[in-house]
Design a binder for this molecule. Structure first.
Ligand code: BGC
Length: 448
């Protein structure tokens, strides 16, 4: 019998560069995503975040949509270069004011904000100084965090330092598909380590500046071996260490997984032991982003990992080529508890891009595959709670169709459709379904 607790948080999630638009408004400085998307050839169809969902100007309407859906939480990120146009030093009051207005609009509608301090949009000025490769960045990040904590803590009670350090490093420094677009095996471990140090410094800062709860958001993608062959099993373990344990082991266990160090070989530096004290600051919750799993086999030609994904013949795949596999979400949540202990968890992102038909008259948009995705994954979350995992909330990715990074506007993850010519918002069937789930505290999930 499915019934979520009265305190359960039902949210949607977004990030600054993906929805706000007006990236240089009111004194903001450019971010690496502004620079990356304005470099020809790096983003599909030459798309940029210049307008995106125009949320910077339409945030009140968007908060009203959240309220109509019955959500009681909203996860969004703050653009560092709106607050500090050059990344450090001078603070831009107008930038802080925007987020203050947003937070007040949310609270006015009974929606609890969860704020992510960094969702990939590094101030371009800091990238010019080495970005995540410069060890000073841990301090820069903590200084920026302190400014935001001082302004908003109290009204904001849930803070996440970073969103998905693995993607930042893998996409930004190792394979180059994401800003700043580097491809360098020697840089990747340095960027990862500085991200973790920055996280730890921000948590330390929060303990002196803030009064509520702080955590981090990671993306977890469980890896299953394609066969019982020891080579496949070892490949799955390596892939899992690289993507999942590389960030959680240092935070909770004080060390990097051996497999990751071996994988980088001579590119792996030795780190001072003191760094792990900073990285291992106790946190109050963990945010887990879950989209898919991967079935993995040994492949000697696959670079670094020697592991390759195997497509599953009978599975459904989303428009981004990700297998739909709800049981793996339950497995992941249970795995976190078993490996790292019993801490509060939020599913901070979960959702899918599917091909959506056009909006038809009467303002309906049928997205049955996304409805099914949400239904089965919400059941999977409940199954984890039944198995003793302390899951306290769930945030759909995403509230709105938005700028999907290097894929531009070609993939739609929203439960609310956005017409990018007119900025008209239309709730899809998945939004209406989510509203019913929320109103019934999950009871409707018992019906199918
Ligand atoms: C990110 C989002 C992104 C989503 C879908 C997550 O990795 O946090 O910014 O849009 O996945 O790709």
């Amino acid at each position: 019998m499915i019934e979520f607790s009265r305190e359960f948080l039902w949210g949607t999630a977004t990030s600054a560069y993906q929805i706000e638009g007006s990236p240089l408004a009111d004194g903001a400085g450019p971010s690496i995503w502004h620079r990356f998307s304005h470099t020809p050839g790096l983003v599909r169809d030459g798309a940029t975040g210049d307008v995106a969902c125009d949320h910077y100007r339409r945030y009140r309407d968007d908060v009203a949509i959240m309220r109509n859906l019955g959500t009681n939480a909203y996860r969004f990120s703050i653009s560092w270069s709106r607050i500090m146009p050059r990344g450090r030093g001078a603070v831009n009051a107008a930038g802080l004011d925007f987020y203050e207005r947003l937070v007040d609009a949310l609270l006015g509608r009974g929606i609890e904000p969860m704020v992510t301090l960094y969702h990939w949009d590094l101030p371009a000025a800091l990238d010019d100084e080495g970005g995540w490769l410069n060890p000073e960045i841990a301090k820069w990040f903590a200084d920026y965090a302190a400014v935001v904590f001082r302004k908003l803590d109290g009204r904001v009670k849930m803070w996440a330092t970073l969103n998905e350090p693995w993607v930042i490093t893998d996409g930004g420094y190792l394979y180059g598909a994401l800003a700043p677009g580097h491809r360098n095996r020697f840089e990747a471990p340095v960027a990862s380590h500085n991200l973790l140090r920055a996280h730890g410094e921000a948590v330390k800062t929060y303990r002196s500046e803030g009064r509520h709860r702080v955590g981090i958001v990671v993306n977890l993608e469980p890896k299953y071996p394609a066969s019982d062959d020891p080579a496949d099993r070892a490949a799955a373990l390596r892939a899992e260490a690289y993507m999942n344990r590389q960030y959680l082991d240092p935070i909770f266990l004080g060390r990097y997984p051996v497999d990751v160090r071996e994988m980088f070989g001579e590119a792996w530096p030795e780190w001072p032991a003191d760094d792990f004290t900073v990285i291992g600051q106790p946190i109050d919750f963990l945010g887990v982003n879950y989209y898919t799993r991967s079935v993995t086999r040994f492949d000697p030609h696959a670079s670094l990992l020697h592991a390759a994904p195997v497509r599953q013949p009978r599975a459904t795949y989303t428009e981004t080529g990700w297998e739909v596999c709800p049981p793996a979400l339950t497995d992941t949540l249970v795995w976190v508890r078993e490996r790292y202990g019993d801490l509060p968890i939020y599913v901070t992102e979960n959702g899918a891009a599917f091909f959506d038909p056009p909006v038809i008259e009467g303002d309906c948009l049928a997205d049955p595959l996304r409805v099914d995705y949400l239904r089965t994954h919400l059941k999977a979350v409940h199954a984890a709670i039944d198995r003793g995992v302390d899951v306290r909330g769930y945030f759909v990715w995403s509230l709105l169709d938005n700028f999907e990074w290097s894929l531009g506007y070609s993939k739609r993850f929203g439960i609310v459709h956005v017409d990018f010519d007119t900025q008209k918002r239309t709730p899809k069937d998945s939004a209406l379904f989510y509203a019913k789930v929320i109103a019934s505290k999950g009871h409707v999930l018992n019906e199918s």
